[in-house]
Write a protein that binds this ligand. Sequence first.
Ligand SMILES: [Zn+2]
Length: 265
Amino acid sequence: MGWVDFHTHAFPDSLAPRAIPLLEEKGGIKAKLDGKISSLLKSMDEAGIEISVVCSIATRPEQFTSILEWSKNIRSPRIIPLPSFHPQDKGVKEKIEIIKKEGFKGIKLHPYYQDFYVDEERMFPIYEKIEEEGLLLVLHTGFDFAFPRERRADPEKILKVCKEFPSLKLITTHLGGWEDWEEVASHLLGKEIYMETSFSLKYLGKEKVKEFLLKHPSDYLLFGTDSPWSDQKEEVEEMLKLELPQEIFRKIMGENALKLLQITP
Ligand SMILES: [Zn+2]
């Protein structure tokens, strides 16, 4: 079985040459790929990754349609796009229905790029609708290196959302919350809340990551890289170096993701 990367980004070929340098400058980080789908596929081949979930982020309400159309164009057995809408969009509920009707598996939201706090009341009808439609919600959690350190998506707020919407299929990124791992340990670790691994190995360190992965329910862990912001092949190799028990490793690297995405291997 090839692995599943639950957190990647890509852009339309016409946009990538502008988007990547802009994001590199904003985040102070170098991309490992040029941002095109063809490059992502090549990287997947090199890393032994069978499927990548491609997360889009609408930074303005007007981007909904172009993101949706592009998501339709790129989807394939190996590319699972998650479209996005902007929380300030007047017709959010309708947009969620469209995403569902078009057959997508879920939605990506980002509290920093989309200017919200995850536990704000105005977000609740959005979560409710996503929950009702049975869509996945990949939510950026923790701090973001491209933004000031405001507590927009910290573990305590995430837990509040999970309690309010117990059936919402929420996937936290960066092992529960980037660079907020002490809080993750006290509020999220050990609970039945999905976490993907991107940007944890390099920042939290191997020993701690391993400790986290072994403490958390193994059915709720997913492999993610945040490609092109890290190298998929390197990330797979780093995961291998953790020497996790085979059964847990296989769950993290693909089995859990296939179940969530309802894909039969
Ligand atoms: Zn990301």
